[in-house]
Every structure is written in C-alpha cells, then in structure tokens.
Design a protein around this ligand. Structure first.
Ligand code: FES
Length: 112
C-alpha cells in the first residue's frame, strides 16, 4: 500500500511512489527516476543506462506532467519495445521535475 500523499505543494522537492512495491520516496526536483528508485530501495532491472535497450521501462500511473519530456531516442526505444505511447518512460532517461509521480515497475521488482 502506498503511504498517504499530501495535498500541500512541494517546494524544490518531489515525490515518487513505486508500485507494486508500495513505497514512496521524497527527492529533490531534478532527480533521475533511476536514482529515486534506487534511493527507495527498490530493485529494478536495467541494462545500457543510455536509453537504448528499453529494459528499464516503467508505466507512469500518475503525475506524468511532473517528468521532463522524453527525447526522440527514448521515444524510439519505447516504440521499438512496443510500449504504449505516453504511458511509459525509461527510468535511465527521465527526471522528476516536480509534484507527485507514481510509477509501476515490471512484476520482477521488489523491495530490497
Ligand atoms: S537501461 Fe537501457 S534503456 Fe534504460
């Protein structure tokens, strides 16, 4: 279960909730998604770390507007891996800019 989120605006901070692990972490605005996931203590499979392999794709469940815009390379990888446009991001390519973002990892992810 995800801890209850606040309605108060976050100044220079953002939060990331991670499903299905059900954990949330507060992070500075601008943090890479991968760093936030690792900070939360959640395991995630990844490979190239440069947006080429698509191994680190996650579904963005809430707060997608709080992420930076995907690059053409990231979009190409998501399309090549057949992830639906606009619903997925690569955690090695995306930064959290503001607000409360919720992502869903592949079923193999679990708390450490
Ligand atoms: S680790 Fe390869 S795309 Fe993110």
């Amino acid at each position: 279960m995800i801890p209850e989120m606040t309605d108060a605006p976050l100044l220079n901070n953002a939060s990331l909730a991670i499903l299905p692990a059900g954990v949330r972490v507060e992070i500075p605005a601008g943090t890479w998604l991968l760093e936030a996931v690792e900070q939360a203590g959640v395991q995630l499979s990844f490979g190239c770390l440069n947006g080429a392999c698509g191994t680190c794709a996650v579904e963005v469940v809430q707060g997608a507007s709080g992420l930076d815009s995907p690059s053409d390379a990231e979009l190409a990888t998501l399309e090549r891996r057949s992830f639906p446009a606009g619903r997925h991001r690569l955690v090695c390519c995306a930064r959290i800019l503001y607000g409360e973002v919720t992502i869903r990892l592949a079923p193999f992810a679990s708390p450490q």
